[in-house]
Design a protein around this ligand. Structure first.
Ligand SMILES: Nc1ncnc2c1ncn2[C@@H]1O[C@H](COP(=O)(O)OP(=O)(O)OP(=O)(O)O)[C@@H](O)[C@H]1O
Length: 433
């Protein structure tokens, strides 16, 4: 059975870049003059398919071509080469304003979108109450949309897009604009649409959303497909590359990029150490200080793989200094999809100034003792040591180790819930009549 809903084949999008604005106008008016320009490839030979009922994320850093491919799929842009075949009714939320007439009111735009999607006025009229309820923008629907705030725009655009029974829903980062309550409402609706078989393609920079919603991702870099595959893996790759490029930027700031890059690979790693060998492929960072051990102890102080729900555990890590430096330190507990659930840092726990100051050759043992209110499943610990880069309000990773330790929380009938974390609730029940 052919269940391909979107078939993108060898799509290329070229923009002509001119030295002067008037050259663009001249070239459009008199193409035979062959005005000088350079070709910029926003997309280059991009091919992928999306199957029925799939929810696929398009990821990539700014300018990688994500919006361009969505616009080509929805027909807003024409590709310079290649083809796109779409099977079914597409509804989309692209850049603010796409598909809306600024001079029309909200209500008029709802009808306009209906027409674009081939839905009759009568049919659209029946859907208006649901659309208005979801958008929740009150009497603004009777105002021209040019008077809307960006938040109101997204509310209306999303409300229309999801209430027209699309076969394919395309969303471009729109959720980032709305408030958190509305974002949660949209996520729930997207999950519901997904369960009912709607195919969803969306762009986001939020890797937690990618891990939660998508099974598969297309990762774009400089207009080409860098990778395509399982969402959890590509989300990790994206974060890894982001950290690496962040690190590189900061190293430039500190004018020691070259020296560190040369030394970074394998710097200060003792390959005789079993822990170092085990985590070698999962680690990154500049290496002035290294984690040399990570262990999980149960409430009786025994090193243990199996942990009980809500047990008080000790997460122990050891570090070694190879230079005189001070570092912040912390850990994250991640589930089997690498979703970061819990964690802490010296700074969060207000330990001294939130950093450890060490001298070359010194080793430290750090213990975090905590309750683990997480439910049945296999979890891994990610360890992080970093130094702040004040100018960029961000951090430089000194040692970051994924999968530093793995443990499993066993089944507990009393806590069988759908969510992953359960915190103690104070519950009261009182009769009020
Ligand atoms: N009209 C245009 N003329 C020239 N270049 C353009 C035009 N529109 C987009 N580009 C360029 O094409 C590239 C891809 O843009 P696109 O908006 O698809 O990236 P993106 O991955 O969606 O980025 P972001 O995450 O910032 O939204 C960018 O380098 C952008 O500057």
């Amino acid at each position: 059975m052919n269940d391909i809903m979107i078939d993108v084949k060898e799509v290329t999008k070229i923009y002509k870049i001119y030295n002067r604005t008037r050259d663009r106008i001249l070239d459009a008016a008199f193409p035979f003059l062959h005005i000088k320009h350079t070709d910029f490839y926003a997309l280059s030979h991009v091919s992928f398919q999306v199957h029925k009922g799939e929810i696929v994320g398009i990821i990539g850093k700014n300018g990688s071509g994500k919006s361009t491919i969505l616009k080509i799929i929805t027909g807003v842009l024409i590709p310079s080469g290649g083809s796109v075949i779409v099977n079914g009714r597409i509804s989309s939320i692209l850049e603010l304003g796409t598909g809306f007439n600024m001079d029309y009111t909200g209500i008029e735009n709802i009808y306009l979108n209906g027409i674009i999607l081939g839905i009759s006025r009568e049919e659209m009229k029946k859907r208006i109450p649901q659309i208005l309820e979801f958008a929740d923008i009150g009497d603004f629907v009777y105002q021209p949309v040019k008077n809307y705030s960006s938040g109101m725009f997204v509310r209306l655009a999303f409300a229309v897009a999801i209430n027209v029974d699309p076969d394919i829903l395309i969303v471009d980062e729109a959720l980032a604009v709305g408030d958190t309550a509305f974002q949660a409402k949209c996520m729930a609706k997207m999950e519901q649409l997904m369960k009912s078989g709607t195919t969803i393609l969306f762009v986001t920079h939020d890797m937690n959303t990618v891990r939660t919603l998508c099974k598969r991702c297309v990762y774009l870099e400089n207009g080409r497909i860098l990778s395509e595959g399982p969402a959890a893996e590509l989300a990790d790759l994206y974060l890894h590359k982001t950290r690496v490029s962040m690190n590189q930027e900061h190293l430039e700031i500190m004018e020691r990029q070259k020296e560190i890059q040369k030394e970074r690979k394998g710097k200060n790693i003792d390959y005789n150490n079993e822990f170092a060998r085990k985590v070698d492929i999962f680690r990154e960072g500049t290496g002035e200080v290294r984690f040399i051990a990570c262990k999980v102890f149960n409430e009786n102080g025994k090193e243990e793989y199996y942990i009980k729900y809500n047990e008080k555990v000790t997460i122990e890590m050891q570090i070694e200094f190879f230079e005189d430096i001070e570092v912040g330190l912390g850990y994250h507990i991640r589930d089997n999809k690498n979703m970061e659930l819990l964690g802490s840092t010296l700074a969060l726990e207000k330990i001294g100034k939130g950093v450890i100051k060490g001298k070359r050759g010194e080793r430290f043992r750090i213990k975090f003792r905590t309750l683990l209110p997480i439910l049945e499943g296999v979890y891994n610990i990610m360890l992080v040591m970093s130094v702040p880069v004040i100018a960029n309000k961000t951090v430089l990773f000194v040692d970051l180790v994924n999968n530093a330790a793995i443990f499993e929380v066993g089944e507990n009938i009393e806590t069988k819930l759908w969510n992953k974390v359960h915190l103690d609730n104070e519950v009261t029940v009182e009769r009020i009549n």
